[in-house]
Design a protein around this ligand. Structure first.
Ligand code: 2AM
Length: 195
């Protein structure tokens, strides 16, 4: 199985992102159903490794948080551009979740991720030179900013590389914790004490 851990995007946000999936003829646009924010690419794993991974990810504890997608950019330069993507506004909670997921992945026996985390949502990939149309696209959508959304869970996906493109299937969903009543009550108590 080819696995990765990611944050799924709400349907209305994915619909909005499809508005950015045009105007670059050389682009191989990602299927709108597949648009996601990768936390960790795992790669090939057998059944036992997948079970260990699931057990470790189940231990991850984190609270819900908001994420805002903004800006467009590319991986690679000029003729060697490889991907067009939407960026993510800095969110310390996202980095914290990413670190916890990374710890869990390593606890399950996988090698550490060598690359720096650059949160993004890939819109398109390029095989050849995308030409000036990619520059035009980046300039035109530079000010793109979506409504923020609340991340309530993260997902372990399997990815099947098919002729028509990758098919991503959610295998396990890991909920993040909601703000608890207890915390609200504690906050009230604290205020009372101070008064
Ligand atoms: P990308 O969208 O930036 O290409 C599933 O393939 C997900 O894992 C993709 O979102 C992809 O990110 C990410 N990924 C990270 N490293 C990868 C790799 N070496 N091969 C394939 N996908 C990778």
């Amino acid at each position: 199985m080819r696995l990765f851990v990611a944050i799924a995007l709400p349907e209305d946000l994915r619909a909005r992102l499809t508005g950015l999936q045009q105007g670059v003829p050389a682009a191989r646009w990602a299927d709108p159903d597949n648009l996601h924010l990768t936390l960790r690419f795992i790669g090939e794993a057998d059944g036992a490794q997948a079970q260990d991974l699931d057990a470790a990810l189940t231990q991850v504890r984190a609270a819900r948080f908001d994420v805002t997608l903004a800006g467009v950019d590319r991986f690679g330069q000029g003729r060697k551009s490889r991907a067009l993507w939407v960026g993510v506004e800095p969110a310390p909670e996202l980095d914290r979740l990413r670190r916890k997921v990374e710890q869990a992945v390593q606890a399950a026996g996988f090698a550490p991720e060598g690359r720096k985390f650059k949160p993004h949502v890939t819109l398109a990939r390029f095989k050849g030179d995308p030409g000036h149309r990619l520059d035009d696209h980046l300039a035109h959508h530079a000010a793109f900013r979506a409504e923020s959304f609340e991340v309530r869970e993260f997902v372990l996906y399997s990815s099947l590389l098919a002729q028509a493109g990758a098919i991503h299937t959610p295998e396990v969903v890991y909920p993040l914790s909601p703000p608890t009543r207890e915390l609200v009550e504690n906050a009230t108590n604290t205020r009372k004490l101070k008064n």
